[in-house]
Design a protein around this ligand. Structure first.
Ligand code: FAD
Length: 385
């Protein structure tokens, strides 16, 4: 019997799962809130790791497509202090973790599925084990419901009542377009890869990331109270007001690094970071599971979120393919593996979240990067984010 499977969310986790299932003769239905594939920008660049993100794409049969879009020179990396003294510089070094933009990742996963598998503009409002309630209708009769619906999953409460909590750090996203012609100094500073600039004393950081399409993204990180974005008195529609606050906060940083505040092409967007507890798990359910951020939301400072999400999609697909008539057993086998793997990654992410923003954190981050590079003989470890 082919199981009837509902996947909530067409992010990396849900699409990986749907793609591998389809390749193996099981057509699922993916319900996605977005009105269309192009309804909103998908975000920045991601490095896919060999054992997780890349292995998952391979299981989808998408390695050639990945190679077409992967940016191998995106592995260049600089760690600097706030005066732009370069402490670590990796150039033309093969770390095994090329970058790909989220938009392209979503595109290649979507292209692997036939029309109709992803149902757009389907926002899940609530769920039970038996029914999925969308804005305009109800769906039922599924053998398996998979919550791949990210941080604020509507499916998670069917597995456990744990909710995400604020991680103490808020990023403000700055974007530069047409960088080679309009922003050539910052373009040269960022090069092909990433620049992480940290202070050892003021709880702040700037991370720059080369994206495809001559674009650069930067996050200005700071320790902030949880409701600062809403209650901090800033008008987030007012670019000049937000940039003025950023310029004050980063006032004693190198102008080479902070010129992005003046030059950014967007109205800066706040990104408060939330996470689930490191080590989260739950008793397995018979016909419901959660994967990706829905299962183990973590901060981005290990660069593992998307890799974990795709590995979860792969593991769940393989478990279902191995025993399509016994969904409960497939869930039971997959979940402990997923939770153990995510616990390791989330532990690194949390350690980095504290380390990067505490006094002395820059030095310890530098030492950590160096140890990782030495240990892997020039290959970057798993937490260079
Ligand atoms: C600022 C920032 C930077 C990051 N940088 C990195 C990085 O460099 N490397 C990395 O590995 N990870 C990074 N991450 C984490 C990464 O984005 C996530 O771990 C990854 O996207 C998780 O994939 P997912 O499929 O589980 O969830 P998502 O990507 O969140 O996808 C969930 C999907 O479900 C849909 N959805 C949500 N609710 C509903 C609903 N009710 N009904 C229907 N559909 C719904 C959403 O529209 C979305 O398409 C970053 C995160 C942030 C916030």
């Amino acid at each position: 019997m082919t199981p009837k499977i509902a996947i909530i969310g067409a992010g990396p986790a849900g699409l990986t799962l749907a793609s591998i299932l389809y390749r193996n003769g099981i057509t699922s239905t993916v319900f996605e809130s977005d009105e269309s594939p192009s309804a909103r920008p998908q975000g920045g660049s991601l490095d896919l790791h060999p054992q997780t993100g890349q292995a998952a794409l391979d299981a989808c049969g998408l390695t050639p497509q990945f190679k077409k879009y992967a940016r191998y020179d995106g592995q260049d990396l600089v760690l600097s202090d706030k005066h732009h003294n370069r402490l670590i510089q990796l150039k033309d070094t093969e770390t095994g973790k090329p970058e790909i933009d989220r938009t392209q990742l979503r595109k290649i996963l979507l292209d692997s599925l036939p029309e109709g598998v992803v149902r757009w503009n389907e926002h899940l409002v609530s769920a039970t084990e038996e029914t999925l309630t969308f804005k305009t209708h109800v769906e039922s009769g599924f053998d398996l419901i998979v919550g791949a619906d990210g941080a604020w999953s509507k499916i998670r409460p069917l597995c456990c009542y744990v909710t995400p909590f604020y991680a103490g750090i808020t990023g403000i996203e700055l974007v530069l377009n047409e960088t080679s012609s309009k922003h050539s100094e910052i373009s040269a500073l960022v090069g092909n890869g990433s620049v992480f600039a940290m202070a050892s004393d003021d709880g702040r950081g700037l991370s720059f990331q080369r994206n495809d399409n001559d674009t650069i993204k930067c996050y200005a990180w700071s320790r902030r109270p949880e409701h600062w974005v809403k209650d901090g008195g800033l008008n987030w529609e007012n670019r000049a007001e937000v940039c003025a606050v950023l310029k004050k906060d980063f006032g004693d940083w190198s102008p080479e690094l902070t010129r992005i505040i003046d030059e950014c092409d967007n109205t800066p967007t706040p990104r408060p970071l939330y996470m689930l507890p490191v080590g989260i798990r739950w008793p397995s359910q018979k016909k419901v599971t959660i994967i990706g951020d829905a299962a183990h939301l973590m901060t981005p400072f290990a660069g593992e979120g998307v890799n974990m999400a795709m590995a979860d999609g792969m593991d769940l697909a393989e478990a279902i393919i191995a025993q399509p008539d016994n969904i409960a057993a497939a869930i039971r086998e997959m979940e402990p593996k997923m939770c153990e793997r995510a616990t390791g990654a989330a532990g690194i992410a949390w350690e980095n979240t504290m380390l990067r923003f505490e006094p002395g954190g820059l030095k310890r981050t530098e030492d950590r990067f160096k140890r990782l590079f030495q240990k892997t003989q020039g290959k970057a470890g798993d937490d260079t984010h």
